[in-house]
Write a protein of this length. Structure first.
Length: 145
């Protein structure tokens, strides 16, 4: 059985794209081959790691991936989904090559201000929106290529 390949792309591959990747992996099961990458990979956001642990997902020690590495490896995807916020959409990376392109805009947890508890609360909201968007996409019209 052919799996549907999906790439989630964001600026740093440190928060939103990581969450989307993990939720599609968890909710979509073996129907998908899923990856995430960033234009300028940074380091994983520790608040995102904590928020995902609350969902039973541990990405501790996972290394962000660069879009350039995937391009150099000749990777192709059925779907390329950008998850940058609307304010940063012009910087949101574009992955060349085939694949249906979608954009799901979410706020960037790295830009949240406030106490650690407030940052975690904001990250939980983004996490829950991403999870719901993935679930809605899976339940919607046929998503296969």
């Amino acid at each position: 059985m052919k799996t549907t390949s999906v790439l989630f792309v964001c600026i740093h591959n440190s928060a939103r794209s990581q969450m989307a990747e993990e939720f599609l992996r968890k909710l979509g099961g073996d129907r998908f081959t899923v990856q995430s990458a960033g234009l300028e990979p940074g380091t994983l956001n520790p608040v995102v790691i904590e928020a995902l642990k609350e969902e039973g997902i541990d990405i501790t020690g996972k290394a962000p991936v660069t879009v350039r590495d995937l391009i150099a490896a000749g990777r192709k995807f059925d779907y390329i989904i950008t998850v940058c916020d609307e304010a940063s959409a012009e910087r949101c990376p574009v992955f060349p090559g085939g694949g249906r392109r979608l954009h799901w805009g979410f706020p960037d947890p790295s830009g949240f201000d406030g106490s650690p508890e407030e940052k975690l609360a904001g990250t939980r909201e983004v996490r829950d929106r991403i999870k719901q968007t993935v679930a809605d996409w899976l339940a919607g019209p046929p998503w296969h290529p």
